[in-house]
Write a protein that binds this ligand. Structure first.
Ligand code: PMP
Length: 370
């Protein structure tokens, strides 16, 4: 494995090495089964066990209460942008509220607008999504169908507190809070009971592309309109234990291995969160000590611990920086095409050593170019 480089991709992203090694060891035959996980029926006993273990691991890690279901979908987080309003806005006679803190929140709102009435309770476009609203800037209505937030904006590198009161997004009673947690799920603890639904595509912190986890309160599952096709209905997926049709068997198996790694090797989400905070600090310290050579995109109070976004003084320097990083085996650091610059995604599975090396490259590069 010596040729593995440090992979700062925003997703699909680096996976824990022990997970990849176990998947490789067991690829030809699952222990005690004699068939590959790629070859077993989604209604077989081995897959029953994989699904049940993944559910149990997620419940343990996130402290998911009993009155919530854990469902697995294909179609990515983007499918949820449409399923949420189809299931929870359609026929409700209400308006859905969206907090638009970056590109993904914006996309979620645009897709929902195709289904029914939506309203932005705040939109950070004016400042290129570099900050979060102060609680006094938000006016939440008491009769919205739901309030949708994005806990971590992957492209801009802006992250909010998981505590809705602290973030100022605790909606009035009866308005479910829905969170797109695609790029920070499992990176820290979350008070799930404060949310009606938390969802995340797996390909950043939880597994490979192709599987999306939806953690949803029982009463919301019951709201799916009967007119919805089953493949788009939370209720149909809940009734069929995520097997309305063939699920992403391999993806769910990898999520099982990742959650096991978090429980058994990392020691839970508090420990994971401490490691993530320490890794992020290594990079933000370099930014702050650089006299403006590195300019962080996000305001310091809402800096993401997952996606560290910054610019250099010129496009040319950014190109040269990426080359210097690659020479040190640090890859996929280019910022999203819509914002440019540099983005270091430092999810759970990014080893501290990779972040230390990036911090060293940043310091050296500034010395040579400054
Ligand atoms: N939401 C967030 C916060 C994301 O980071 C992404 C993917 N980068 C998405 C939604 C869309 O996910 P998918 O490509 O799985 O549909």
């Amino acid at each position: 494995m010596s040729e593995r480089v440090f992979n700062f991709s925003s997703g699909p992203a680096v996976l824990p090495l022990p997970v990849l090694e176990q998947a490789q060891r067991d690829l030809l035959a699952l222990p005690g089964v004699g068939m590959s996980v790629l070859e077993i029926s989604h209604r077989s006993k081995p897959f029953d066990e994989i699904l049940a273990t993944t559910d149990a691991n997620l419940r343990k890690l996130l402290g998911i209460p009993e009155n919530y279901r854990v469902l697995f979908f294909q179609g990515g987080a983007a499918l949820q942008f449409s399923m949420i309003p189809m299931n929870l806005l359609r026929d409700s006679g209400r308006t859905a509220e969206y907090l638009v803190t970056g590109s993904w929140g914006k996309k979620a709102k645009q897709e929902a607008a195709l289904e029914g009435p939506v309203r932005a309770v705040w939109d950070g476009a004016d400042t290129a999504y570099n900050r979060l609203p102060r609680p006094d800037e938000l006016k939440l209505s008491p009769d919205a169908a739901y309030l949708h937030v994005t806990s971590n904006e992957t492209i801009q590198g802006v992250q909010m507190s998981t505590d809705p009161r602290q973030a100022g997004v605790a909606p009035p009673a009866d308005v479910p809070l829905i969170c797109d947690s695609s790029s920070d799920i499992l990176s820290r603890t979350v008070p799930i009971a404060d949310y009606g639904m938390v969802y995340a595509c797996a390909q950043k912190n939880a597994g490979p592309a192709g599987v999306t986890a939806v953690i949803i309160r029982d009463d919301l599952v019951q709201r799916s309109p009967k007119s919805l096709p089953g493949i788009l209905s939370y209720q149909a997926f809940a009734e069929n234990d995520s097997r309305y049709n063939t699920p992403c068997v391999f993806g769910i198996y990898i999520v099982m291995l990742v959650t096991r790694w978090l429980l058994e090797e990392v020691g839970g989400l508090e420990k994971m969160a401490a490691q993530n905070a320490a890794k992020a600090r290594l990079l933000y310290d370099v930014l702050d000590a650089s006299d403006g050579f590195y300019r962080g995109h996000a305001e310091p109070s809402c800096r993401s611990l997952m996606n560290v976004t910054f610019r250099l003084p010129s496009d040319d320097l950014e190109k040269r920086f990426l080359k210097a990083a690659e020479a040190q085996q640090l890859f996929q650091l280019k910022g999203h095409r819509s914002v440019g610059g540099i983005r270091a995604s430092i999810y759970n599975a990014m080893p501290r050593e990779g972040v230390e090396r990036l911090a060293a490259v940043m310091r050296d590069f500034q010395k040579q170019s400054g």
